[in-house]
Design a protein around this ligand. Structure first.
Ligand code: HEM
Length: 166
C-alpha cells in the first residue's frame, strides 16, 4: 500500500473493520451450519423430528442469512462501523435465540421459553431492517459517487473512509 493510502491497482478499498465484519458473519454462519447439520443428522438417526423447526431456523437464519450478510459486507466493504456491527450482531443474536428458544420450547413444551423465541425473532427482524438500511445507504452513496469511493480525499489518505460513519 502506498504511503498516501491510495489503493494499488487490483486491490479493493476494503477497510480492516469491514473484513472483520464479514469474517464474523462467516464464522457464525459456519458454526450454525455445523450445529444445524448435526441436529439434522441426529433427527434422521433417531427418527424424531420434533426439533425440525429449530433445525430449519438455525440453518436459514444462522447459515444462509449470516453467509449472505457476510458476502454483502465483504463485497461492498463500505458499511462498517456501528451500523454494520449492529446489523450483523442483531442477525447473529436472532439466529441463536430463535433456534435455541425453539429447541428448548419444543423439547419441553414449556411456555417459559417462548420469550426467547419472541426476542430472537425480533432481533432477526431488526437485523434485516438494518440490512435494508445499510443497502439503501450504500446504494445512495454509490449513486452520488459512481467511482465507488465517497470519502473525501483527506479521509481516504488517512485510512478513514465513509464506512467509519456507518
Ligand atoms: C447435514 C445436513 C442436513 C440434514 C441431515 C438435515 C436433516 C433434516 C431432517 C431430518 C429434517 C426433518 C424432515 C421431516 O420433518 O420429515 C429436516 C427439515 C428441514 N431442513 Fe434440514 N438437514 C440438513 C441441512 C439443512 C440445511 C443446510 C437447510 C437450510 C439451509 C435445511 C433446512 C431444512 C428445512 C427448512 C426443514 C423443514 C423444517 C420443518 O418442516 O419444520 N436443512 N432437515
Amino acid at each position: 500500500m502506498p504511503k498516501d493510502g491510495a489503493v494499488p491497482s487490483g486491490h479493493t478499498n476494503h477497510r480492516e473493520e469491514d473484513m472483520r465484519i464479514s469474517d464474523f458473519c462467516f464464522i457464525v454462519a459456519g458454526l450454525s451450519a455445523l450445529a444445524g447439520m448435526c441436529l439434522g443428522i441426529s433427527m434422521g438417526i433417531s427418527q424424531d423430528f420434533t426439533l425440525s423447526p429449530a433445525h430449519a431456523h438455525l440453518n436459514l437464519l444462522g447459515w444462509v442469512s449470516m453467509a449472505v450478510f457476510g458476502l454483502y459486507h465483504r463485497g461492498t466493504g463500505r458499511t462498517g462501523g456501528a451500523l454494520g456491527w449492529t446489523q450483523v450482531g442483531a442477525g447473529a443474536v436472532g439466529a441463536v435465540l430463535m433456534s435455541g428458544g425453539l429447541a428448548a420450547y419444543l423439547s419441553n413444551h414449556d411456555d417459559t421459553f417462548m420469550p426467547l423465541v419472541v426476542a430472537g425473532s425480533l432481533a432477526a427482524l431488526a437485523g434485516m431492517l438494518l440490512f435494508v438500511a445499510a443497502t439503501v445507504r450504500s446504494a445512495a452513496g454509490t449513486a452520488a459517487h459512481p467511482d465507488g469511493n465517497k470519502a473525501p480525499r483527506h479521509a481516504r489518505a488517512s485510512g478513514r473512509d465513509r464506512a467509519g460513519r456507518g
